[in-house]
Design a protein around this ligand. Structure first.
Ligand SMILES: O=C(O)CCC(=O)C(=O)O
Ligand SMILES: [Fe+2]
Length: 287
């Protein structure tokens, strides 16, 4: 059985990327400090507490999944842009694209009594249409509580990123991402994994931030989850990760759907969001 490797945060990027290619997953230890974690938890918990539990066995009937975290939580924005992690994500994904984008943001709060999630590959979000040689996605699971064998630490099958699609994992091939609060599990879209069973009396809180190739459709619709009037207040790097810039020479342009100035000066924008929409002269400009 291949074990899941745990590395110090200052390890060189090639080692991280090589392990991602070999095992499909690796843990980086103590990437953020306790104060930063406390800040994230304080911002996300009010939303988590209002989130309904999952609707089926995959989303988890005793699991709360809470998204739109770029719009909702400035502290999460910093983690989306955490440079150590972005370097690993770019090293892993950029052989296959010009740029990466944010695929989803989601806290996963596994409550006591939640059984293990079914083992899966996240790249199935795009069906089986992408050739196996393309790595479409890199996930991060930030431990906002300790991740233990008992409280639902993510299950991972190291090396299964290279397996045939149909091959099943034997129980002794499944590892768990035991890690302390502040550490991060990196795992590819191709590796078999799942949420673990929570047999403890405490909830497990993970922050799943994932990145994908810039030419793929994002799992969480970032234009709706972080609409233009919020996106226009963010740093350029974050705007780019959301997808509010050209993905390539022709990818992602837009035209003003209500060209008021040029065509009908009598149409005025309604109050509210539309009135605050970024204009074409901003960096959101299309062609
Ligand atoms: O909660 C976890 O540890 C993993 C969840 C997961 O893999 C998923 O929902 O796709
Ligand atoms: Fe998953």
């Amino acid at each position: 059985m291949t074990a899941l490797q745990t590395l110090p945060v200052d390890v060189d990027n090639d080692t991280v990327v090589d392990l991602m290619r070999r095992d499909g997953a690796v843990i980086l230890e103590n990437v953020i400090d306790r104060n930063t974690i406390d800040g994230v938890v304080a911002e996300v918990m009010p939303f988590v507490e209002k989130t309904a539990t999952g609707r089926d066995d995959f989303t988890g009937r005793s699991t709360q999944r809470t998204g739109a975290l770029v719009a909702r939580s400035p502290a999460c924005r910093a983690l989306v842009m955490q440079q150590r992690i972005l370097k690993a994500a770019r090293g892993f994904l950029l052989p296959f694209a010009e740029r990466i984008v944010l695929h989803l943001t989601q806290t996963i709060h596994i409550l006591p009594g939640q059984g293990a999630q079914m083992i899966h590959r996240d790249r199935l979000a795009w069906g089986k249409h992408l050739p196996p040689s393309i790595e479409p996605q890199l996930n991060t699971m930030w431990a906002l509580t300790d991740f233990t064998l008992d409280n639902g630490a993510t299950r991972v099958v190291p090396g299964s990123n290279g397996w045939d699609w149909e091959k099943r994992a034997e129980p002794d091939e499944i590892c768990q991402a035991q890690m302390s609060k502040g550490s991060v599990l990196l795992y590819s879209g191709s590796v078999l994994h799942s949420g673990g069973e929570n047999r403890s009396n405490e909830a497990r809180l993970g922050l799943n931030i994932t990145y994908c190739l810039g030419w793929l459709r994002q799992e969480e619709n970032q234009y709706l989850s972080c609409p233009p009037h919020i996106a226009s207040t963010l740093e350029p790097e974050l705007q780019e990760l959301l997808g509010y810039t050209m993905g390539n020479y022709a990818l992602g342009y837009y035209s003003d759907p209500e060209p008021r100035d040029e065509v009908r000066s009598d149409i005025q924008p309604p109050e509210g969001v539309l009135g605050r929409r970024p204009r074409k002269e901003s960096r959101f400009e299309g062609v």
